[in-house]
Structures are given as C-alpha cells and as structure tokens.
Design a protein around this ligand. Structure first.
Ligand SMILES: [Zn+2]
Length: 311
C-alpha cells in the first residue's frame, strides 16, 4: 500500500498576481524537491478530479457556492483578475483550480477509505482553511478539508473523524463550518495574536484551539501539543484523520513568527500517524494550506511525506 500524492496542473493556473505569497511556484518548489531527493519514487502520483457542487455544498451554503461559481466563471470569461477581499484575488484559472483542490481532497478520502492508498497528501491550491461556510477569506475559496471530512461522514458513513490544523494561522473557516458538529474533533494550534485574530475562544466543545505565543520554538510546542491534543484525540478515537497542513509556522517563513523546523513537522506527523494507526486503520488525508518560504515549504512537506510514506 502506498501514499497517494494528489495534484493537478490546473492548480498552478490560479495566480493572484506579482509578489503575492500564495503563488503557483509553491507547488513547483514541492515537486522539484521531491524529484531532487528521490522521494517521488515512494509516492503514488494521481491527478485531482474536479469536485462536484454537491460535494462542496456539504461544507458551504448552496447560495455561496452558486454566487462564487457565477463570479469565478465571469472572471474566467473576461480574463481580468478581480480582488474579492484585500488578500484574495480571482483570475481566469481560479474556478478550475478551486474545483481541483476540493476534488483532490474528496478523491483522496475515497481512495484511503476504499484501501486504494494507505494515506494521501494533496499538493493543491488554493488553500481552504480560512474559507467559511459563506465567505472567501485569506487566500481561500472552498474549504477543501471540511468538504473532505463531510464527504467521509455523510457519504462514506464514518461516524467520527478528526481535523488537525497545524498552519500558523487559525483555521477560522473550518471552525465556522465544523463547530458544533460532534462527529468531528478539530485540534489546532496557531500563533496568537496573528491574522485572522480568532480562535482564542473556541466556538464549540468539539474545538481544541491552542493559541501559541510568537517566537515559540519546537520543543515547547511539542510539550504543549502532547498535553492539549493527544489525550483528546485518544479519547475521541477518530476513524480517520484529516490534516490542514500549513507549513508557515516554520522559522524561515515570514508570514508568522513561530520557530518550527522540519524535525517538528516530522514529529507532529509521527504523533498523528500513531493515533491513526491505533484507531483509524492508518487513514490520513493531508491537504496543503499555507507555507510561503519556498525552500522551507519544500523541505517541510518532504519531512511530512517521509513519515506518511514510511521512508
Ligand atoms: Zn497560514
């Protein structure tokens, strides 16, 4: 059994303009590094399908999905970029990229549940964890991980899944969608204070939010997660684990001020894999969120994948 690696060339056609940190080169940096290190041969490369609107509507309101579809198709037809909020820009390639990103997460979920892969990583953009039920936000359009988690629950019949978010920013969109859905336990840490300045007060009892002070480093963070996440995860016994895998808590990443290094991503992945192996038959689907220093991003994704693929 293998680790599936989902991506698609159309995820590179979403381009928010010169100088924007959430750029197509992020995916190139990851794939180049996997080739250069030979890690690519340990992965099973698969093309992301397009998500259906029905799949997306498990996490977003039908009104929002229809409105965004109309808008992004209009931008696609006109070929002129349009800013949707101060951070989030739509261009001609955005609509197809959003469908590929959510489609990857759903297909990876199906593969892992059906036993066609041990676990999966989705190297996709745009990211998703700031997208709320009804709004684009912070580089995000559709919430890929929330769509996949709801697919596992509503379509594949799982009863308990965990969502882990280790991006440096609080996954406010996922919290907005998932808070109060007791079939899901969401564990996150995030630098606080930092954009989007939420999360210090959790919105539901199924949210384990761990705010972290700027300049915190790996050893201290590991102790905190061991105390705050692990007992709740063990008690919850998730049947599958979804990861919002942002790598912008890396100390070389300028969008946050945390001090993680590759070894910390390896440690987090190992601890999650232990939980998945004990309770979930090893089932993990991990989706790329942030990570903006191209070198640190590529090395951190590789550290994450080495644990998932056991190489
Ligand atoms: Zn982030």
């Amino acid at each position: 059994m293998s680790t599936a690696f989902y991506s698609h060339a159309e995820c590179r056609l979403h381009d928010m303009g010169p100088g924007h940190p959430e750029c197509p080169q992020r995916l190139d940096a990851i794939s180049d590094h996997l080739l250069a290190t030979g890690l690519d041969i340990a992965l099973d490369y698969r093309d992301a399908p397009l998500a259906t609107l029905e799949q997306i509507e498990r996490a977003h309101s039908a009104g929002y999905v229809m409105q965004l579809k109309d808008l992004l198709e209009q931008v696609q037809a006109e070929g002129r970029p349009r800013a949707l909020d101060p951070d989030t820009v739509a261009c001609a390639g955005t609509w197809r990229a959003t469908l590929r990103a959510a489609g990857a997460a759903v297909a990876a979920t199906d593969d892992v549940i059906a036993g066609r892969a041990s676990n999966a990583f989705c190297a996709v953009r745009p990211p998703g964890h700031h997208a709320t039920r009804d709004e684009t936000m912070g580089f995000c359009f559709f919430n890929n991980v929330a769509v996949a988690a709801r697919h596992a629950l509503d379509v594949r019949g799982l009863e308990r899944v965990a969502i882990i978010d280790f991006d440096v920013h609080h996954g406010n969109g996922t919290e907005d969608i998932i808070a109060g859905d007791d079939r899901v336990l969401m564990c996150s840490f995030f630098q606080h204070p930092l954009y989007p300045y939420s999360g210090a007060v959790p919105k539901g009892t199924n949210m384990i939010n761990v705010p972290i002070a700027p300049y915190t480093r790996g050893p201290e963070l590991r102790e905190t997660l061991e105390a705050m996440w692990m007992p709740r995860l063990e008690e919850f016994r998730p049947q599958m684990i979804f990861i919002s895998a942002g790598f912008d808590a890396h100390r070389e990443d300028d969008l946050g001020q945390l001090g993680l290094v590759e070894a910390d991503y390896e440690w987090i992945t190992r601890r999650l894999k232990d939980v998945a192996d004990r309770h979930a038959g090893g089932r993990i689907v991990s989706c790329l969120e942030g990570g903006y220093h191209l070198g640190a991003l590529a090395r951190s994704v590789a550290a994450h994948l080495r644990v998932l693929a056991e190489v």
